[in-house]
Write a protein that binds this ligand. Sequence first.
Ligand SMILES: Cc1cc2nc3c(=O)[nH]c(=O)nc-3n(C[C@H](O)[C@H](O)[C@H](O)COP(=O)(O)OP(=O)(O)OC[C@H]3O[C@@H](n4cnc5c(N)ncnc54)[C@H](O)[C@@H]3O)c2cc1C
Length: 401
Amino acid sequence: MANKADVVIVGGGVMGCAVAYYLAKEGLKPVVIEKGDIGGEASGANGGGVRQSARNLKEMALALESIRLYGQLHEELEMDVEYVRRGNLRLCTTEEDLANMRKSVENQRTTGLELEMLDRQQVLDLNPYVGEKVLGASYCATDGHANPFLVTYGFFLKAKRLGARFFTHEEVVDIKLQKGKVVQVRTNRQVFDTDLVVNAAGIGGRKIANLVGLDYPMKPVFSEALITEPYPPLFPQMIGHARGLFYGRQTVHGSFFWGGFVGTENFIYRDGKPLFNFIGPSISRQVLDYFPVLRDLQVIRTWSGLIDQMSDGIPVLGYTSEVPGFVFCAGFSGHGFGLAPAIGRLISELIMDCRVTLPITDFCFSRFSRGGDHVCSCQGNATCTIDTAICPNKREWLKSI
Ligand SMILES: Cc1cc2nc3c(=O)[nH]c(=O)nc-3n(C[C@H](O)[C@H](O)[C@H](O)COP(=O)(O)OP(=O)(O)OC[C@H]3O[C@@H](n4cnc5c(N)ncnc54)[C@H](O)[C@@H]3O)c2cc1C
């Protein structure tokens, strides 16, 4: 016999857990199905960067809101998630970097984001450890970082306490439609009758969309990272490189996290799965050029993860008129961790009220399905109301029982 579920969330990464938390807070009893461990994929592999700067401008409203929510996450989740809001420096080493960065800073400021361009001396005033090749940087004082495991687990534990049900090591294998609408989700162990399913499956998201006859342009991209032994505190900022060569931070317990791309990543995965990771030494060499003070630190672990890279670099979110009851929450293209609280709340708004308080029109699935000329099922910008034929309004439903 089938179980009943208010909503089934596919994926127990930071997104699935955040959506579960905000829904459970509103009184729903979501079910989360995770085929591995909670936070076992990208959400457990990431660098912890929580930034607004250097984003696709379409994401800026989400990023600004997420930073606000990160500021209260400690109280909200009743857990210290090691959130540090002490700025982000994106380092420039050539005149060309500086010129490009100046332009980018100007563009980003048009969205309301406060960030500035610093010369070498101003960078040194904030971070005296940068090497000689750094000529300047962009600086966003309200960017920062947090511990990815604690944030994901914080959402998971609080959602569970509020009544969300989690099933791990269990895989969603089918989604049944009736008259084109979602009616059932099947795992390899059980069946749930439900009118709502949230696709928060990360790199598995396309497979989940395929189950209801939909598809979107996303491919997995291999990314590597390393962590060092702990060191006394040196600097609190998140660090990035103007051309994206590396990024990283010193964690609250003192270790340095560094991640990066060296250009050989494409050759080392098969069938979308990473085979091994080996670019740790290259990342280290790059970083040492910029922070020579770290020269004697031991690297204690390297790992790799997969990024769900969309063709246009921004996620796919919300309902689609093509399959009522199917909700997209995927394709975060390597920078979803910083957005998680805003996304969790936004998907919960959609499900509870059929309306959202942040603009999501740019992220609708219709940008792919109808050649971009079809108006999104969510029309308008700051607040959009969605046709209840597409979106079962759970708050109305709760009132009726
Ligand atoms: C190395 C690396 C560094 C990064 N650094 C940053 C950073 O500094 N800042 C930042 O903002 N972002 C960063 N990111 C990106 C960030 O980690 C992701 O955008 C974010 O974690 C996405 O969360 P998610 O929940 O959508 O996906 P995931 O964490 O991948 O979760 C999806 C889950 O769905 C599960 N799943 C898939 N298919 C099924 C199925 N059929 N049934 C059940 N479960 C299923 C998977 O097992 C997985 O656990 C980085 C990513 C990587 C790989």
